[in-house]
Structure formats: structure tokens, C-alpha cells
Ligand binder design. Sequence first.
Ligand SMILES: [Zn+2]
Length: 52
Amino acid sequence: MAICPDENDMACYIDGLLPDDEVRQIERHLLDCDRCREIVDVTKKVVVWVKG
Ligand SMILES: [Zn+2]
């Protein structure tokens, strides 16, 4: 299995700051990795909550 993206990359991915090719890489990784999918899921909820 591929190495998990680091927290910084994940944060940028969630904020939409990554270039398209890196977004695709992370999305592909998320299909294989329950753990990262959960991190993104939880973090997105927090982001929505923070932004109101
Ligand atoms: Zn992962």
C-alpha cells in the first residue's frame, strides 16, 4: 500500500490548495486507505464547523 500523505498535505488537500495532480493522488489513496478517509471526513466536518 502507498505511504499515507502527511498531515500538511492532507490539510492543503482539504483546503483545496493542492494542484490537480496531487489532489488526484490523494483521492486515489483515500480509496485504499480507510484511516486517511476518516481523517479527511472528520477534518472536513471541523473545517465546516469553524467556517460556520
Ligand atoms: Zn492513508
